[in-house]
Design a protein around this ligand. Structure first.
Ligand SMILES: [Zn+2]
Length: 277
């Protein structure tokens, strides 16, 4: 009889676990704003914005309290940024206030800044991001346009060629760690050193234990370092060690491209970077 009760208990526990797992999956509500732009609620009030233009790139929206929203990076274009802003207004109301942080000078970090600037949304970014926008951006953009060959990419080529890239409006010395208040919650902007680019930053949200790793972090499905002409492989590896030492409490890491994962994404990225040297 005892054995039967024991097995019944194990069975019941398994059922509860299964039920809570399926509930968790069901929570991943996806809103498709258009064929290239989707928003996934990865946890309550934490939204992954994925813009495929044409390469899927991530930005992250976090409702920090009732009306204060943190948005890390932007979609590739002001048009896509307008669509997300409309969604924010509908979901959180016109009174919501947005703080934007750019984690680098590439188009997948700040391509939407123009629209944020028009609306006077504060945009945090480093002095080095501003400098690279002036000195390096033209070369990077023409490299990217070069990859977009063929008729099917004409649309992207045209947009990339005509995009005006806006600088962040609130700048800081990249080597000085920043603490920014969004509502009553603090977020930390940290620069571990050169990585995928010389200016890529991470943003850590202590209240959620979430790190937006951006383009210096590769997702679990990524096996190549990708575009590294603006970065440095040797330094990248060292910078990831700095990052590991700086934050020891990371629950979720959001990479610049691909699915979020846990803190093991740092070691995963390091392995790929080291193998590419
Ligand atoms: Zn990127």
């Amino acid at each position: 009889m005892r054995k039967i009760i024991k097995y019944f208990c194990i069975f019941a526990v398994l059922l509860i676990i299964l039920h809570s797992c399926s509930k968790k999956d069901a929570k991943l509500a996806i809103v498709q704003l258009n064929a290239e732009l989707e928003i996934t609620e990865i946890e309550n009030n934490i939204f992954l914005v994925t813009h495929s233009f044409p390469w899927p790139g991530n930005s992250l929206i976090v409702l920090m309290d009732k009306k204060n929203i943190l948005w890390i990076d932007t979609p590739y274009t002001p048009e896509a940024t307008i669509s997300v802003l409309n969604w924010i207004e509908k979901k959180f109301g016109e009174q919501s206030s947005i703080t934007e942080i750019n984690t680098g000078f590439h188009i997948d970090n700040l391509g939407g800044n123009q629209e944020l600037a028009i609306r006077n949304i504060p945009i945090y970014g480093s002095d080095l991001t501003c400098e690279l926008l002036e000195t390096r951006s033209k070369t990077t953009m023409s490299n990217m346009i070069g990859w977009l060959n063929g008729e099917k990419n004409k649309k992207y080529r045209d947009v990339y060629s005509n995009l005006s890239l806006y600088k962040p409006s609130i700048t800081f010395n990249i080597n000085e760690e920043q603490k920014v208040l969004v509502g009553s919650n603090e977020v930390i902007i940290y620069y571990p050193g050169p990585t995928h680019t010389y200016d890529n930053l991470v943003v850590y949200i202590p209240s959620q234990e979430i790190l937006f790793g951006g383009c210096m972090i590769l997702s679990a499905n990524t096996e190549k370092v990708g575009f590294i002409e603006d970065g440095n492989l040797d330094e990248w590896s060292k910078s990831l060690t700095n990052l590991q030492e700086r934050f020891d409490n990371i629950r979720i890491i959001v990479p610049g491209h691909g699915n979020p994962g846990d803190s093991t994404l740092i070691a995963h990225t390091k392995g790929i970077v080291d193998a590419s040297k």
